[in-house]
Design a protein around this ligand. Structure first.
Ligand SMILES: Nc1nc2c(ncn2[C@@H]2O[C@@H]3COP(=O)(O)O[C@H]4[C@@H](O)[C@H](n5cnc6c(=O)[nH]c(N)nc65)O[C@@H]4COP(=O)(O)O[C@H]3[C@H]2O)c(=O)[nH]1
Length: 515
């Protein structure tokens, strides 16, 4: 089988296995991505509402202090001073309480009597003002709650650091800001003009129902991947292991044969079918004048498998066609380099079956094969087995005619063992007969069956057919057949089927020895 198909198949197997291995990670990744996104949205929403709740509590404290001291806005500062300080000292988060009369602060919890104008228009909804600092703490933000009754009223302030603490601590992963009218404050306590940039991820905006401000929350870019990495790495590791196992399993499954036919197909792509050659020898002198090509399956686990086991299956499935082509290609890749060892018209017998004849590619395969050799250095003989009956139809006749024109000869294999041997002789223009080893074996015993062998030999003489006797195991068989004029012999006595390289090495050895 061509190496490229093998590589393609291996690549395909690898790609599929890789995809299967990546599948849990990909699917898991998508689900985790989606879950993380939903989780971040939930987290941002939860953080904003938590911050809103805490800031509402702080502002409610300021509003409570303002209500408790409003009545003092009508009296002198001296009467209110102690009450104001008491509020600052006892009410959580309230930093100062200041009384306003006729649009001016006239009394503060810090300085007592005081005088400063109040810009009522700066208060959102007349009630809240976010400032980057004031005269007492210019570097610290503060939020001022205003309770007004006409031009009188109370200003209660909450330190911005409480707010920034809330924004920071309520959720350490999300970012939160508080927006009060035209200003906003970040987690660091910095006050900015305008509105903050939109958060790239899971932005949420929640407005207080009690005071005129909003908390805006969200996550910076990349937070999703960081969260996935930080929170889900054990799951990713598990998915990776799972994917690895799936991939290995898939690779193994794809390499495993589901059926015998599938296993033969796999073996073919893996190049496991190889040619073995058994020498054909001259009956007189023992010179190697050719070889029969016999297919062997070098199975990675079972070792060498006999063709009797896999050829019938290969014929049934039609795989015998590419297998035969592969056999011819393997021979054509090696033997022409040694054509000087082969001598003139070296005989090469190749087994073919009905499927090969029907396939439509046999002629091309033979043409390619013969084209690889120097002209006349080999003769190709197709040996027709009788396992599948070959019908005589116009297509077969035409094919055999074209093959004959190409110089390919035709032999009937295992002659006499099938039920159609004589019919074959009648139907086809046959060049040679291969006498089956079961008839050759009759040489050794004196039985009547030896007469059948003699009759076949007579028949061959009358029909002017070339004879090759196979299965010669003893010198008595050799001598008998040689005496009966059989020119070409094959059998264990001369050599067993051997790998191609071994056959070439033996040819070289014989050439050196002058055999
Ligand atoms: N006992 C004994 N046996 C001997 C002796 N000399 C040779 N043999 C065996 O006899 C068989 C001769 O091949 P075949 O009759 O064409 O019979 C072949 C042939 O019909 C089929 N076959 C082999 N290769 C191919 C192929 O490439 N294509 C097709 N279609 N069939 C093949 O498988 C059959 C079996 O092949 P193998 O097992 O290789 O068996 C071979 C060979 O090893 C001997 O002295 N004693």
């Amino acid at each position: 089988m061509p190496g490229s198909s093998k590589v393609r198949r291996l690549l395909w197997r690898l790609c599929i296995s890789l995809l299967v291995a990546l599948l849990p990670l990909l699917l898991g990744g998508v689900i985790i991505y989606w879950q993380t996104q939903a989780g971040l949205r939930r987290e941002a929403g939860h953080a904003a509402s938590e911050a809103l709740h805490l800031i509402d509590v702080m502002l409610a404290n300021a509003a409570g202090s303002a209500r408790a001291t409003l009545a003092y806005a009508e009296g002198p500062c001296s009467a209110a001073e102690l009450v104001l300080r008491e509020q600052v000292a006892t009410v959580p988060f309230v930093r100062s309480v200041n009384l306003v009369r006729n649009g001016r602060v006239f009394c503060t919890s810090l300085f007592g009597a005081f005088d400063e104008p109040v810009d009522a228009a700066a208060f959102v909804d007349g009630r809240l003002n976010l400032l980057p600092g004031n005269a007492v703490t210019p570097d610290f933000a503060l939020i001022v709650y205003r309770l007004a009754e006409g031009r009188d009223g109370v200003l209660a302030t909450v330190d911005g650091r409480y707010l920034s603490n809330v924004l920071q601590l309520v959720d350490q992963r999300s970012d939160l800001v508080i927006q009060v009218g035209p200003r906003w404050m970040d987690e660091a306590g910095e006050v900015h003009e305008g509105t903050p940039d939109a958060f790239p991820l899971a932005e949420t905006r929640q407005a207080s129902t009690r005071f005129p401000y909003q908390v805006v929350g969200g996550f910076p870019a990349g937070a999703q991947w960081r969260t996935m990495g930080a929170d889900y790495w054990p799951l990713f590791a598990m998915l990776a292991v799972l994917g690895g196992l799936f991939g290995i399993g898939c690779y193994w499954l794809l390499g495993r044969a589901a059926t015998p036919t599938r296993e033969i197909e796999r073996a073919m792509y893996a190049g496991e079918f190889v040619p073995f050659l058994q020498p054909l020898v001259e009956a007189t002198g023992g010179r190697w004048i050719g070889a029969e090509v016999l297919m062997r399956w070098r199975h990675p686990r079972a070792g060498l498998v006999s063709p009797d086991i896999f050829i019938p299956l290969a014929e049934q499935s039609g795989l015998i066609v590419p297998m035969t082509r592969s056999l011819l290609q393997q021979l054509a890749a090696v033997l022409p380099k040694h054509s000087q060892l082969l001598g003139e018209g070296f005989h090469l017998g190749v087994n073919v079956s009905a499927v090969n004849l029907r396939s439509g590619s046999l002629f091309g395969d033979c043409l390619d094969f013969l084209g690889a050799f120097p002209v006349g250095s080999v003769t190709l003989m197709l040996e027709l087995t009788e396992r599948e009956l070959i019908g005589s139809d116009a297509h077969t006749d035409e094919l055999l005619g074209r093959l004959r024109e190409l110089g390919v000869s035709l032999a009937i294999d295992d002659f006499g063992t099938g039920h159609s041997s004589l019919a074959y002789l009648r139907r086809f223009h046959v060049d040679a007969l291969k006498i089956d080893k079961s008839f050759v074996a009759t040489v050794d015993d004196d039985s009547r069956s030896r007469h059948i062998l003699d009759s076949i030999l007579d028949l061959c003489g009358r029909l002017d057919l070339q004879v090759i006797a196979e299965g010669i195991e003893t010198s008595a068989q050799r001598d008998y057949l040689a005496a009966r004029g059989v020119p070409c012999l094959q059998g264990y006595l001369f050599g067993r089927p051997m790998p191609l390289a071994e056959f070439v090495a033996e040819l070289e050895r014989r050439a050196r020895a002058g055999a």
